[in-house]
Write a protein that binds this ligand. Structure first.
Ligand code: ZN
Length: 250
């Protein structure tokens, strides 16, 4: 069904930030996008996990599992007691505020989804269940080894970037302000950045619009009500550090 849509939006790492999610969805509506793919980490860090899960569940035909979903629904992924409170408290909040049905939905999410000419994953296509990061060229190279489509989209690091594989050469390109046309000759894996907790020094929400026909990628940065997101964090007794980082984009 997604194959029929010429213009698809990719969102990732919402992290319980409904204020940022609503601003991004409004921008998506303004851009003639037919479908929204969610690359995981709907919950964690922020104060409104249930609101975000409900909205994503209603809206997105394709959703893959992030490490914060895995921590929420599987007891054996990490020892939650050993996690810092900035991670532990929001996971406990997700566990208590989601219904059993919503928790089951999270448990059933796939790690990887292949849709026609692209693949969606939260971390990397190389051992996606271990949630490795794509920070260095070697990480991107490992991802490309496991990638069977010309283009893949991921999140996880909260830093938007385009990785390009040209034969044996793999290199990174910073997201441009205007749209980027991907070459038909090369392969790509694209980090769409984070909706709810950007970490590249720009506090605005990040997401990507992909136009299939021309292989055009557009990185969008959307201002939203950060103060409201901070208030939700304080009202749920989640670590103040999670609120402070929203203001600086770290
Ligand atoms: Zn994340």
């Amino acid at each position: 069904m997604l194959d029929a849509h010429p213009r698809v939006a990719f969102i990732s790492d919402i992290h319980g930030n409904i204020d940022a999610l609503d601003a991004v969805l409004a921008d998506i509506r303004d851009h003639g996008v037919q479908a929204v793919v969610c690359l995981g980490d709907i919950v964690g860090y922020g104060g409104a996990p249930a609101e975000c899960v409900r909205k994503i569940g209603d809206l997105c035909p394709v959703v893959v599992m992030g490490n914060h979903e895995a921590m929420t629904v599987f007891d054996d992924i990490v020892y939650l007691e050993e996690m810092p409170s900035s991670i532990r408290r929001p996971i406990e909040l997700a566990r208590t505020s989601l219904t059993n049905e919503e928790l089951s939905w999270l448990r059933e999410l796939p790690l990887v989804s292949k849709i026609g000419c692209f693949t969606a994953v939260h971390s990397s296509l190389h051992h996606p269940g271990e949630f490795p990061y794509v920070f260095r060229t070697e990480d991107a190279r490992r991802n490309f080894k496991a990638q069977t489509t010309p283009v893949s989209f991921h999140g996880h690091s909260h830093v938007p970037i385009i990785w390009e594989e040209r034969g044996p050469v793999v290199k990174a390109h910073k997201p441009a302000l205007s749209n980027v046309r991907l070459s038909q000759q090369h392969r790509y894996t694209i980090n769409v950045g984070s909706v709810g907790q950007p970490r590249d020094g720009d506090p605005r929400a990040s997401y990507v619009i992909y136009e299939r026909e021309n292989r055009d990628v557009t990185f969008r940065r959307i201002p939203y009500d950060i103060e409201s997101a901070r208030r939700r964090i304080f009202s749920t007794r989640i670590s103040g550090r999670n609120a402070d980082r929203l203001s600086i984009g770290e």
